[in-house]
Design a protein around this ligand. Structure first.
Ligand SMILES: O=C(CO)[C@H](O)[C@H](O)COP(=O)(O)O
Length: 236
């Protein structure tokens, strides 16, 4: 990965490194998805390579995380082979003051939810632009749906007051297909007053596999910002 030059990349790089520095030798590490976590994976790999970190195994949350972990020399394992995860590092698309999240900008929220909730410590890494007073202010809620249920799920979420949009591929004709072979409906709500209930309600629609609302999951939120032209990290 090349050195970051634009301010957002600099913030992501700084916060990714800060999270990587929290990983201790001997840990089982959940490896999140996205451009911010990619920097954390890179720095975990560099710490391993330098000998500063030892005996790490990673649990990837996506094909992207798996590829990056291999590139940076992080040994991988699966949930069948372990009984806990010590620390997970993952990004988010929105973070509210209660540390509730919207995730799934990379269509990886289903596996991310499994890994992040299992971790003893879940560290969220974001740039300052991800902070909102209320979930749903900017970002739509990603909902992973099995392909044959896309139309009825779109109707059902519209009845809940959401505006559904099937996520389409970039440099790929047709819809985004998740690592599990499903599709993603992005559902924009005017405002999410009760994320706890909305998460459950969405998951109760037949055909929905998982949605991107993460409540009561994040232990720490590290925020990358630029102050006086320099990237800094603060904790929420
Ligand atoms: O939830 C995710 C992927 O499904 C990502 O963590 C989220 O989209 C943030 O990504 P980035 O760090 O690139 O802004």
């Amino acid at each position: 990965m090349t050195a970051a030059t634009d301010p957002v990349k600099l913030m992501k790089q700084k916060v990714g490194k800060a999270a990587a520095d929290l990983v201790k030798s001997g840990s089982i590490v959940g490896l999140g998805t996205g451009s911010t976590t990619a920097f954390a994976i890179q720095y975990i790999g560099e710490r391993l390579k330098s000998g500063e970190l030892k005996d790490i195994v990673g649990v990837p949350t996506s094909f992207q995380a798996e590829v990056l972990a291999k590139e940076y020399g992080i040994p991988l394992t699966t949930l069948d082979a372990i009984d806990h995860i010590d620390i997970a590092i993952d990004g988010a698309d929105e973070v509210d003051p209660q540390k509730n999240l919207i995730k799934g900008g990379g269509a990886a929220h289903t596996r991310e939810k499994v890994v992040d909730y299992l971790a003893d410590q879940f560290i969220v890494v974001v740039d300052g632009g991800k902070l909102v007073d209320r979930l749903g202010s900017v970002f739509a809620v990603p909902v992973e749906v099995i392909p044959m249920a896309v139309t009825p799920v779109m109707r059902a979420v519209a009845k809940l007051g959401g505006k559904p949009e099937l996520r389409m591929g970039v440099k790929k004709a047709g819809p985004v297909i998740t690592d599990q072979g499903n599709m993603v409906i992005d559902v924009k709500f005017d405002s999410i007053d009760d994320p706890v209930n909305l998460e459950k309600t969405l998951n109760n629609i037949p055909g929905v596999l998982e949605n991107g609302i993460f409540v009561n999951c994040a232990d720490r939120v590290l925020i990358g910002e630029v102050k006086d032209g320099q990237p800094v990290v603060r904790e929420m």
